[in-house]
Design a protein around this ligand. Structure first.
Ligand code: HEC
Length: 131
């Protein structure tokens, strides 16, 4: 179930307008815009919770290497305080977004789905609360 808040709708419209303008004349671009639009509408990033949203993602995709006691690559993501350090250093988001200069995570596996990355980004933008 998707809740569409007014300001979210407005920013979606602005996004669509801008990308459409940028894309005018480019072959196949309308499909990309439609794809991106669909992703934004389908992903609810309101009120993301550490316990209910972030931990399950890490449990599924990261703890097998970065649980407390495994600590592969000297990285432990289990436990709020340890995760927060990696959030603050930018390494957590850098690794899952696969930004240049960071090791792409999860290692040797498919990237996290867009909506999970959007939820994690929204949580970090909200100050990465222990909620
Ligand atoms: C198969 C094991 C494995 C999995 C699964 C895995 N990692 Fe890693 N990760 C590593 C290893 C090994 C390193 C250290 C070597 C490196 O940086 O490439 C590392 C490094 C990192 C770093 C430091 C990167 C940097 O450039 O500073 C972060 C942050 C990280 N992992 C986060 C994650 C997250 C988040 C997930 C889940 C979405 C994940 N990892 C899944 C093995 C794994």
């Amino acid at each position: 179930m998707i809740l569409m808040h007014h300001n979210k709708l407005t920013s979606l419209r602005t996004f669509l307008l801008l990308t459409t303008l940028l894309c005018l004349g480019l072959n196949g671009c309308y499909y990309d815009v439609e794809e991106d639009f669909k992703k934004m509408v389908d992903c609810n990033t309101d009120g993301v919770s550490y316990t209910n949203d972030i931990v399950p993602i890490l449990q599924n995709r990261c703890y097998k290497c970065h649980a407390e006691g495994l600590n592969l690559g000297n990285v432990t993501l289990e436990g709020y305080d340890r995760l927060k350090l990696l959030v603050n250093s930018g390494r957590f988001l850098g690794a899952i977004r696969r930004d240049p200069g960071f090791s792409p995570m999860p290692q040797n596996e498919a990237m996290l789905p867009d909506c999970q990355i959007m939820k994690i980004s929204a949580w970090i933008e909200a100050g990465a609360p222990n909620n």
